[in-house]
Design a protein around this ligand. Structure first.
Ligand code: SAM
Length: 282
């Protein structure tokens, strides 16, 4: 995925640049791919009485909208916050069939001056692994939470447990010596792979009753969506525009061939190895 920023870019520059644009361009594919995670979060929301929910790193807003629908009957409201201008713009443009249309904020969740004690639940689908200071971010979110608020978010387990997610970069590496290496623990897709580290971050930020459970989710992509994934969202997605045609073609062939073990007819199938992380404000 285009979730590890080239090292010279800040996360703000990364998500407001090409990474944000490709998430907007491939919004439909990503929404289909990640729908099972959204369903998981909505099921948890359904078990609570929460009425004022914050979706952290909401991106183009699919989960924010789905949560707002769950809250319709309770007269509740869901707010999405994201650092990416293009992604928030896409979130705002979504049509919403209901009366409690979600509200969106384009800001850094790590430092945004939220009103204290304002959200009774905070959720995120893959949107909390990119902060420059995790304890500062989680403490800021804790201040925004009411005393009885719940936190529920999904993050990736290790790259080793998620071979589909590293196939493109491994296959592309010989063609792209300039590709940034993943640094364990650095802001990015796998920053929360270590559950003890996540527990420490949450504990240090004031969260209690921390519960971290593995979830394994079956995901599928059609052949044509896989090609879009490879050419837009993989590491090739960031670097393709700078490659010549002679460089591009063999790299693409090699990367596509590396996905053969995941193909089931014309569908790519894989298991996403993630954590469901829950906590309480007090
Ligand atoms: C992997 S995407 C997930 C997007 C969305 N939650 C989804 O599931 O489609 C990560 C999101 O986190 C956002 N993000 C990164 N750092 C952030 C920060 N400091 N504050 C708010 N959002 C941030 C990015 O802009 C991006 O939209």
């Amino acid at each position: 995925m285009t979730e590890n920023s080239p090292t010279h870019l800040s996360q703000k520059e990364h998500w407001n640049g090409r990474a944000g644009q490709v998430w907007v361009e491939t919004q439909d594919i990503l929404d289909r791919l990640f729908k099972p995670f959204e369903d998981h979060l909505c099921e948890i929301v359904q078990t609570t009485n929460a009425r004022n929910i914050l979706d952290i790193g909401c991106g183009t807003g699919s989960t924010t909208h789905a949560t707002a629908h769950v809250l319709e009957d309770r007269n509740g409201r869901c707010t999405g916050i994201d650092i990416s201008g293009p992604m928030i713009e896409a979130a705002q443009k979504r049509t919403y069939a209901g009366k409690s249309r979600p509200h969106f904020i384009n800001a850094d969740a790590q430092s945004h001056p939220f009103r204290a004690n304002s959200f009774d639940m905070l959720i995120s689908r893959f949107g909390v692994m990119f902060f420059s200071n995790y304890v500062e971010a989680m403490s800021n979110l804790h201040r925004a939470a009411t005393g009885n608020a719940r936190l529920a978010f999904i993050a990736w387990r290790s790259p080793e447990a998620n071979p589909f997610m590293t196939t493109a970069e491994k296959a592309a590496a010989p063609f792209l010596p300039q590709m940034p290496k993943r640094e364990p623990g650095a802001p990015g897709q796998f920053a929360f792979a270590g559950q003890y580290r996540v527990a420490d971050i949450l504990k240090s930020s004031g969260w209690t009753n921390i519960d971290i459970q593995p979830i394994d989710v079956s995901c599928a992509l059609t052949e044509s969506d896989l090609m879009t994934y490879i050419t837009h969202l993989g590491p090739l997605g960031l670097l393709l525009p700078g490659m010549t045609e002679e460089e591009r073609s063999p790299a693409l062939q090699s990367v596509r061939a590396a996905f053969d073990p995941f193909m089931d007819g014309t569908t790519a199938r894989f298991t996403a190895a993630c954590w469901m992380i829950q906590a309480q404000a007090s």
